[in-house]
Write a protein that binds this ligand. Structure first.
Ligand code: PHE
Length: 454
């Protein structure tokens, strides 16, 4: 089996694939989550483990996802089945695709809520709501927003519509057009912000916080968080990258594309940290402030700095764009599957899926107001969706992909798809994928479980 094209269309070039996959990878994970979990987990040591996970676990598994997708040229659910059957195994491997679709919905539920906050802040920064705001007031603005169910629903709904409009346009007219304009804009905004933060006075302190290795700060919890985050930030373990891979041109090299994507994603996370922490330190604030770091600490900081209003606006615009190009990829696997399975057009599939994710998002935003009493395994709905997907479903999905591509898929199929000219490099990838990545994921999983049960 070697499909030459997907019924959904294909990226115009290898670069468009790289832009789209980078658009998926670079998102709230890099700019909102990475800085605050780094802050909560003590800085440098956490960053080091995270980088290690990206390289040893993330990159090889991302290559596996892309190659499975491109080999089958179908949605992840059908791709897993087809490639398994091609290699003489059970079509039940499609279950990995199903778990991915479910994870995509669950991630979207809290992702869209946070993206809604971002849209609210873009508007707020644009209209000068945060000029010279104090930290008490900034906390109040954020907490009032969280308590205000209807406002949250409005911004969440706007975000759902933005995402669905792009998906409804299809691979070329929707996704490709969006990333072609949004990604360059994102990079320009990021560089502008980095420049601003470098002259803010706290750069050295921010740098020290992120790159000073202090082993005493490490816990198994931090290691699991770093592992889970490396999946989340690279969009792995749920089929997004597999779906994007299925639209990739046949001749394009997978290895170099994946390295570029992982490098860009990591760079954006590190730059986001280097843009945020100096501002935090210069203003004497707490880097471990949690999910509110970006929404309380930063507006205060921006509000007090020269030009802060404009840069605050630019900052939230950047985050909004990043969230948008990621959220698309959360729903693309399910959309592609519906089109394949029922022969529906994109638009009705989008409307159907849009309703589902809208409801899930309302449930997640209810965690802060009308559903605050609902607890799942001790978490509110919002935190539950985040914890279960990042720390369990994505690593598990990635583990299955590694085991599948490493042990079940025919070696010649991978060799053919990856087309790495150096046998040594291919073997290196194969060994890491078969042994090192799955073992690392399994060990971190098990040790964490033991720790929890103690
Ligand atoms: N990678 C995205 C981010 O860092 C989140 C995401 C996860 C997107 C999984 C798609 C799939 O924000």
């Amino acid at each position: 089996m070697q499909e030459t094209s997907s019924i959904h269309g294909a990226w115009a070039s290898r670069w468009i694939f790289i832009l789209a996959a980078t658009g998926s990878a670079v998102g709230l994970g890099n700019i909102w989550k990475f800085p605050y979990i780094t802050g909560e987990n003590g800085g440098g040591a956490f960053v080091l483990i995270y980088l290690f996970c990206i390289l040893i676990v993330g990159v090889p598994i991302m290559m596996a996802e892309v190659l499975i997708g491109r080999r089958a040229r179908q949605s992840p659910i059908n791709a897993m089945r087809e490639v398994a059957i091609e290699s003489g195994h059970s079509g039940k491997w499609s279950a990995v695709g199903w778990m991915g679709v479910l994870a995509g919905f669950m991630i979207f539920s809290f992702y869209s809520v946070v993206a809604g906050w971002v849209l609210y802040y873009i508007a707020g920064m644009g209209t000068g709501d945060f000029i010279a705001i104090g930290s008490d007031d900034a906390g109040k603005v954020f907490n009032n927003l969280l308590a205000d169910r209807d406002t949250l629903i409005i911004w969440h709904s706007i975000f759902v519509v933005m995402v669905m409009l792009v998906i409804a346009g299809g691979v070329q007219k929707g996704l490709e057009n969006a990333v072609k304009f949004l990604m360059p804009a994102l990079f320009v905004l990021l560089i502008v912000l980095l420049g601003y933060s470098m002259q803010s006075g706290g750069f050295q302190q921010g740098w020290g916080f992120m790159f000073h290795f202090d082993a005493s700060q490490l816990s198994w919890d931090a290691v699991l968080t770093a592992l889970g985050h490396s999946f989340f930030t690279l969009s792995l373990g749920m089929g997004a990258i597999m779906a994007y891979g299925s639209y990739m041109p046949k001749k394009a090299s997978i290895g170099s594309a994946v390295l570029t994507i992982a490098a860009m994603d990591t760079l954006v996370a590190l730059i986001a940290g280097l843009a945020i922490f100096p501002i935090v330190f210069v203003n004497g604030m707490d880097p471990g402030a949690g999910p509110g770091l970006m929404f309380i600490t930063l507006p205060v900081a921006f509000g007090q700095m020269p030009g802060g209003q404009i840069f605050g606006f630019i900052f939230f615009l950047l985050v909004g764009i990043a969230a948008w190009t990621s959220a698309i990829s959360l729903i693309e696997p399910a959309t592609a599957w519906m089109v394949e399975k029922f022969g529906w057009k994109r638009l009705p599939s989008c409307i159907f899926l849009g309703v589902i994710i809208w409801i899930l998002g309302v449930a997640a935003l209810g965690s802060f107001n009308f559903l605050s009493d609902v607890k799942l395994a001790g978490f509110n709905i919002f935190d539950f969706m985040d914890f279960v997907t990042s720390n369990i479903m994505l690593p598990l999905g990635g583990l299955f992909v590694a085991i599948f591509a490493g042990w079940f898929m025919k070696r010649y199929a991978s060799e053919h798809e990856l087309a790495i000219s150096s046998p040594t490099l291919f073997n290196a990838w194969y060994i890491v994928l078969r042994f090192i990545a799955p073992v690392a994921v399994a060990i971190i999983f098990i040790l964490n479980l033991i720790e929890k049960l103690k």
